[in-house]
Design a protein around this ligand. Structure first.
Ligand code: CA
Length: 227
């Protein structure tokens, strides 16, 4: 597994690279987005680790550009910025996960491994998470093989959460995916929608749960996982 570390703090980068190498990863290190672009053009990386404060370009701006050019590799953002707005912006620009500096090395390695287990979005027609299955062409959801009724928008919301199972889905992403531009939305529309999906899953005996990250979004994961 090969990682690209994009981090301009040399000491931190050396420290992280060594730890990741000891964790069994091959690590290439660059300090600018320009060098990162050169690296991903010639080498296949399984995951990118991206610092946000970089000398030649803001990491989030760069990530947004890359996603628009169909760069699909998982990206773990390493950020010292801790405001909620930055976090949500990062997820909206296409980050798959984030770690706030300072973080524990064990945590970093665990997050990278988790990303590698879920490379990108699940693209298949049949999505399965725990005992929940979703046939996206027949628009049928089953829990333990038993069909469960969902409204159209509930189904769209569930599909989004299942395609990104285990990862944070920003509230705004659900809004964008389900409601058309300019549609008049009640301020709690997404909360209400997620609440209904959650209840239907629970009533059907699903072993997956939609966890709320207050002010950020939602994660579909194991009931016990917490978020
Ligand atoms: Ca930096």
């Amino acid at each position: 597994m090969r990682l690209l570390l994009i981090e301009d703090n040399q000491r931190l980068a050396d420290y992280l690279a060594t730890a990741l190498q000891n964790g069994g990863f091959a690590v290439d290190h660059v300090t600018t987005t320009a060098d990162a672009e050169g690296a991903i053009a010639t080498t296949h990386y399984d995951t990118l680790l991206l610092d946000l404060g970089l000398p030649d370009k803001d990491g989030l701006v760069w990530l947004g550009d890359q996603r628009r050019r169909q760069m699909t590799r998982p990206v773990l953002v390493l950020t010292a910025r801790d405001s909620l707005e930055d976090l949500v912006a990062g997820l909206n620009q296409g980050a798959d996960d984030y770690l706030r500096k300072p973080f524990e090395l064990d945590e970093l390695i665990a997050r990278v491994r988790a990303l590698l287990r879920r490379p990108g979005e699940a693209l298949g027609v049949k999505l399965t998470t725990g005992n929940v299955s979703f046939d996206t062409s027949d628009r049928e959801v089953t829990v333990d093989g038993v069909a469960v009724e969902f409204g159209r928008r509930e189904m769209d919301g569930l599909e989004l959460l299942m395609r990104r199972a285990g990862r944070v889905v920003p509230k705004s992403a659900i809004e964008d995916a389900i409601y058309s531009f300019g549609e008049d939305l009640a301020s709690n529309a997404i909360e209400v929608l997620v609440h209904r999906i959650r209840r239907r899953l629970q009533d059907a005996g699903a072993d997956m749960y939609i966890h709320t990250l207050r002010g950020v979004g939602y994660v579909l994961s194991d009931k016990a996982a917490g978020a």
